[in-house]
Design a protein around this ligand. Structure first.
Ligand code: ZN
Length: 147
């Protein structure tokens, strides 16, 4: 069984691969989902190898970019930033049947957009795990709306 959080992620990824051509090579219907546990990205172009992340968030207003968007694990993100690696990011906002889509290319991303969270408490299922969120206030100055 997929959790609600996973189903929300599925929705966003399915929307992107259905609605958009590859932003890099412009090929139609070439974006595919990567396996669930693939670490750095969610979708790939099976023609040119373009990779991107997709974040999906439930919001009350799809017109307004949220001040925070949950990311993933902080450790690998920090290591990538230390060597200057960023992945293009799609953000899907969902409210019931309505949704909007935003896009931030990798060259517009900066370290300041990635805010580390406190490590999970020792009572948590993944005690000590540390994640990050995206600074939506900063990001919305650079992000483009696609849909
Ligand atoms: Zn491509």
């Amino acid at each position: 069984m997929r959790t609600n959080k996973q189903l929300l992620g599925d929705f966003g990824e399915n929307l992107i691969i259905k609605k958009f051509n590859c932003p890099k090579c412009k090929r139609i219907k070439s974006l595919k989902k990567l396996p669930q546990n693939f670490k750095c990205a969610d979708i790939i172009c099976d023609f040119c190898g373009y990779l991107a992340q997709v974040k999906t968030k439930t919001v009350s207003d799809i017109e307004k970019f949220p001040s925070k968007v949950l990311g993933a694990a902080w450790g690998p993100q920090k290591e990538r930033m230390d060597v200057g690696i960023y992945f293009p990011l799609f953000v899907v906002l969902k409210n019931g049947r309505n949704h909007s889509v935003f896009y931030l290319s990798s060259d517009l991303q900066t370290e300041e957009m990635f805010i580390k969270r406190k490590p999970l408490s020792k009572n948590a299922k993944r005690a000590g795990w540390q994640g990050f969120y995206f600074d939506g206030e900063l990001m919305k100055k650079f992000i483009s709306r696609l849909l």
